[in-house]
Design a protein around this ligand. Structure first.
Ligand SMILES: Nc1ncnc2c1ncn2[C@@H]1O[C@H](COP(=O)(O)OP(=O)(O)O)[C@@H](O)[C@H]1O
Ligand SMILES: [Mg+2]
Length: 254
């Protein structure tokens, strides 16, 4: 199954208190690809994703989801598009600790559809199984390991069968082995859903496993966007400094 939705961002600009985080940023995400965006902490990766999913409004610029520019739309319409088309895995998994695992995964279905409890329960089971979890619906998030919480977050992101999936640092805070299990799970999700996906991270290994094309976010713009192999071999000094973790170079530290 191939997703039908591409994303096009034009001249996206956003400042906070005079700090220009996104500066005339242009990018196209192709139908069905997984685009990786690397960037150091605090550079604007989460801000970028929030604009794509319409949780933030830019100072100027356009965000086309398919043929529709969502920037001028009122929140009521954006929230419908968000619910119908998007799944997002937030940086920490973002589970509600007061709800069971099953209730967490079911949340988008309860808010957005008129499905019966039986249908909702089936869908929750199906998505939990897709991320390798069985019979844990009644457990509370607090009782789960970091890797399992991330998987539950992924199941929730998938429960509405999204055409677009956004991953905000899917491996942050996990040890390398658990991180890799999440990486391969995301790869599997990509095969099963065909969804157009964006992964932002500073984890090179995650990028290596998941992404088709990769770009570097720096100074409010996407640099050196290319097929993964070409990106990694790029002579762009920003890319070379970032991927080799060099202290000397054009990227300012801090
Ligand atoms: N809601 C907000 N209000 C003010 N500043 C913000 C807000 N969200 C993000 N920022 C600022 O924007 C910059 C980029 O943040 P973020 O996108 O979270 O970085 P990253 O995800 O790359 O670590 C940071 O300087 C951050 O302080
Ligand atoms: Mg972030």
């Amino acid at each position: 199954m191939e997703s039908e939705i591409s994303i096009r961002v034009k001249k996206l600009t956003k400042s906070f208190n005079g700090n220009k985080v996104l500066d005339n940023l242009d990018i196209e995400i192709r139908k069905g690809e997984t685009l990786g965006i690397l960037g150091k902490s605090g550079i604007g990766k989460s801000v970028f994703l929030k604009h794509i999913i319409g949780l933030m409004k830019p100072d100027s610029g356009e965000v086309y989801i398919g043929a529709i520019d969502i920037v001028p739309l009122p929140e009521t319409e954006i929230s419908i598009i968000r619910r119908m088309l998007f799944g997002m895995l937030f940086q920490t998994g973002a589970l509600l600790n007061s709800l069971s695992v099953g209730e967490n995964v079911a949340l988008p279905l309860r808010e957005g559809t008129g499905l019966t409890d039986a249908k909702i329960n089936n869908k929750v089971k199906e998505k939990l199984e897709l991320v390798g979890l069985k019979d844990i619906e009644d457990q509370m998030p607090d009782s789960l390991s970091g890797g399992m919480r991330r998987r539950v977050g992924l199941a929730r992101a998938l429960v509405m069968d999204p055409k677009i999936i956004l991953y905000d640092e899917p491996t942050s805070g996990l040890d390398p082995i658990i991180a890799n299990s999440i990486n391969y799970m995301i790869l599997e999700v990509k095969k099963v859903t065909g969804a157009t996906s964006i992964v932002v991270t500073h984890d090179l290994n995650c990028m290596n496993i998941i992404a088709d094309r990769v770009g570097l976010l720096y100074d409010g713009k996407i640099m050196a966007l290319d097929e993964k192999e070409k990106f990694l071999n790029s002579k762009n000094p920003y890319v070379q400094q970032f991927i080799h973790g060099k202290i000397e170079g054009p990227i300012k530290i801090g």
